[in-house]
Design a protein around this ligand. Structure first.
Ligand SMILES: C[S@@+](CC[C@H](N)C(=O)[O-])C[C@H]1O[C@@H](n2cnc3c(N)ncnc32)[C@H](O)[C@@H]1O
Length: 441
């Protein structure tokens, strides 16, 4: 492999010492394709990941300065159920970042920035998998987001399970095994280990769509897309593939569970014939020993997560079929909180949602019920920083979602909503003229 020198290809510096934008060197001067209109006005209370709050909504309008006809750029996107959104953490306050960070899930322990989703990272780029509710002209409507209002969006890409999900490979093979036990890739050595040959079958099948066309069958979307008449109407031809992130998550959970249970894995059995293959099952003990273990080790005043040294590389099939995450990703530092509303807060919510009496006055939520669900989702995941959680337990916590300014407090195992008032500053959308976000140095 050709090794690039540390500085990369010759840097292009201006007389003032700044690095000139150049594609070749990776010094991009980016121009956001749009600025997100989000139901979250500030970082406080914004979910830490998109999966936290399915009702969180946003709209992104492609700017005319990017494409004269923004709608052309979105052509075909309506056929996808989910999209990757690449964006700038523009409210980080500074561009600097540290090599080790303390993600909330580690409750104060440190780990390398690249092993986290911390907003404070070189280039301050975020990546969110959002549900695509609707494409309308030059705008897309999203739900399940974790970005604040005004976030500069750099790019949109369709989520394609076939490319983006390792679990998807399991399903393909499972379908294939069920329907055609005969298939052998011509290059597969007959004497090869069972796991390896499976791996080969799978990879070769991946290259040959004609062999598994029957598994490509799209399932009609029976799912309620949580969308109302006006906001979320969807092209009826749009269908959801079996390998949707939701489905993937289920399989993913099974996979990860199989790596964290101490008992023999039921999950593996549930996944399908491939996992029942002898060669794979026999590997179980070894696999359980080398699964994502880590130890939290104290180093002076701070703690760090240290990977346990594992002997032997994961087998190829193992690595290819399951995504593996360290245990801290799954294990929340605090249990999910129970969320309560005081009678006063209940009244506030009703009042807020009634608007002029005929229609909900929410901009993003379609009903008081949805607003309530969103507030519950945000709070049950405990949005407080580690510092607040440990040292300012009895302080009031505020956040704004849609037009609701929420005041609450946290007790032992619960969050209680005290007041819900109209946000004093309704969310305004601006398209800054100074729209170029310089990444890198
Ligand atoms: C932990 S990051 C994860 C974002 C993304 N899913 C990722 O993995 O890159 C999510 C947090 O970033 C913060 N955030 C969201 N939008 C932001 C923005 N435009 N600027 C700075 N911080 C932002 C919010 O506090 C939110 O809880």
């Amino acid at each position: 492999m050709r090794v690039l020198e540390e500085t990369g290809p010759e840097a292009t510096a201006t007389p003032c010492g700044c690095v000139k934008p150049a594609l070749e060197t990776g010094n991009l001067l980016t121009e956001p394709v749009g600025y997100l209109e989000s139901c979250f006005s500030s970082k406080n209370g914004t979910p830490r990941q998109p999966s936290v709050c399915s009702h969180s909504r946003a709209c992104l309008r492609i700017r005319k300065s990017i494409f004269n006809n923004p709608e052309h750029s979105l052509m075909g996107l309506e056929q996808f159920s989910h999209v990757w959104i690449l964006f700038v953490f523009h409210k980080n306050g500074h561009l600097s970042c540290k090599a080790k960070v303390q993600p909330p899930r580690l409750n104060g322990a440190k780990t390398g920035v690249f092993s986290t989703r911390s907003p404070h990272r070189p280039n301050a780029i975020g990546l969110t998998l959002a549900k695509l509710e609707k494409v309308e002209g030059g705008a897309i409507y999203l739900s399940g987001i974790d970005m604040i209002h005004g976030t500069p969006v750099l790019d949109i890409k369709p989520y394609i399970a076939e490319y983006d999900s390792p679990q998807n490979l399991i399903e393909r093979l499972q379908d294939f095994n069920l329907q055609n036990n005969q298939y052998k890739h011509p290059n597969t050595p007959q004497s090869g280990g069972k796991t390896d040959s499976c791996d080969q079958q799978q990879l070769s099948r991946y290259d040959k769509p004609q062999h598994y066309g029957h598994t490509e069958e799209k399932l009609k979307c029976a799912e309620d897309r949580t969308s109302g008449e006006n906001y979320m109407k969807r092209d009826s031809s749009t269908q959801i593939r079996r390998n949707s992130p939701k489905h993937r998550e289920i399989v993913g959970d099974l996979c990860v569970k199989s790596r964290s249970d101490q008992s023999p894995s039921v999950a593996e059995e549930q996944i399908g014939p491939y996992f029942l293959e002898k060669s794979f099952s026999e590997e179980g003990t070894e696999r359980r020993q080398r699964r994502g273990k880590e130890a939290v080790i104290s180093q002076g005043s701070s703690t760090e997560v240290q990977p346990v040294v594992l002997h032997g590389r994961p087998r190829r099939a193992d690595a290819a079929h399951c995504s593996v995450v360290p245990a801290w990703v799954r294990e929340a530092p605090v249990a999910t909180l129970e969320v309560r509303f005081t009678p006063h807060a209940e009244m506030d919510l009703e009042h807020l949602s009634s608007g002029d009496g005929s229609q909900s006055s929410f901009k993003y939520f379609q009903s008081a019920e949805e607003a309530r669900h969103a507030i519950e989702a945000v709070l049950s995941a405990d949005p407080r920083s580690v510092y607040r959680r440990k040292l300012c337990q009895d302080r009031l916590f505020y956040f704004t979602v849609d037009i609701a300014h929420v005041t609450c407090w946290f007790g032992d195992g619960f969050a209680e909503v005290l007041r819900i008032k109209p946000a004093s500053e309704p969310i305004q959308m601006t398209d800054p003229t100074e729209s170029l976000v310089s990444l890198g140095s």
